[in-house]
Design a protein around this ligand. Sequence first.
Ligand code: NAD
Ligand code: DAU
Length: 355
Amino acid sequence: MTILVTGGAGFIGSNFVLDWLASPEYRDEPVINLDALTYAGNLENLKALQGDARHIFVKGDICDRALIDRLLAEHKPRAIVHFAAESHVDRSISGPGAFMKTNVEGTFTLLEAARAYWSALAEDAKQAFRFHHVSTDEVYGSLKADDPPFAETNPYEPNSPYSASKAASDHLVRAWHHTYGLPVLTTNCSNNYGPYHFPEKLIPLMIVNALAGKPLPVYGDGQQIRDWLYVKDHASAIRTVLAGGRVGEVYNVGGWNEMANIDIVKTVCALLDELRPSAGGPYARLITYVKDRPGHDRRYAIDARKIERELGWRPAETFATGIRKTVQWYLDNPEWVSHVQSGSYRDWVSQQYGS
Ligand code: NAD
Ligand code: DAU
């Protein structure tokens, strides 16, 4: 038994791979990790697996059909878990092209390769095969203050190039199930945080900027609301859905933890004041309100009752426990932070694996 993971050198994908190979149920099930190593892919995240035969890393693009066909034929995975994407909203505003290419065309290419592979499987393997698509709550659009949280039945109303590209990919996955019978599962998750989070996103950016004494840029009035989930809980939700989710179904995944951005930033500052006090005074002095993100969604919230009712999954971490672990992880891993900041993490492949 083997699984093919795409985007397993990114933030969530690498946490998923590490947790998969550490879990009692799946520790003997190897992972083929296909990742293009864009700026967001970092093999240092997977350092602990160096020399581990259960992790087979392949540098490559999900738009490369021949490569995917070859990997499927060679390794015969029983599932594909699809994380690979361009994931940063701000980058999608300044350069949407890469999002259409990877998130839409890449998902299409992967679906077509999966369909060809799955169609030719023997009946038992065909029944067992799953294509798990990892998606986002942003496809549902923006909520008003008193709207109920997003359920799986909410209409799609994406507002950014990123969320539009993810919405398109979700629709493709749905259509490949309805038209061709491909056994798909989709999870739509809220904002993740935790170890190996690239410091272009809110929480890691605030931690690394604060430690460097730099301004903490809060967009607009800072009152935008997100639901936050510790990344290892997202990994466990995906394992749960992959194991028991009903084929063709969508499961929303969230942390039952809505917070305004400014409160997130203040929480990070307070933890740093406790764990690494600054000689210059409380870190909150660095908070700086800046120009808002264009088209900024006001509020996301997740109704995660379906995954709990059907599969018994609930997050293990509260925000208080998860954010403390996260801040501590950044304090304990200054080398990872400095390699990301200097860009030298991108040399890791040639250093470790040769050309
Ligand atoms: P990330 O940007 O940290 O990682 C993306 C990974 O995909 C990188 O390793 C990158 O090298 C790889 N990649 C990009 N383009 C590729 C291509 N064409 N071919 C192969 N690999 C490619 O993203 P993340 O935050 O880990 O998100 C992973 C997935 O989860 C995405 O699909 C995202 O939409 C979804 N998601 C993210 C969050 C979140 O809060 N970060 C929440 C919900 C859903
Ligand atoms: O909701 C799930 C989504 O969460 C995922 O699908 C995306 O891949 C992931 O990037 C994340 O998107 P967001 O846009 O919500 O994440 P980001 O960390 O970029 O921003 C979180 C909030 O913080 C958002 O309201 C914008 C705000 N923000 C962000 C940055 C980077 C700031 O105020 N200042 C900043 O510097």
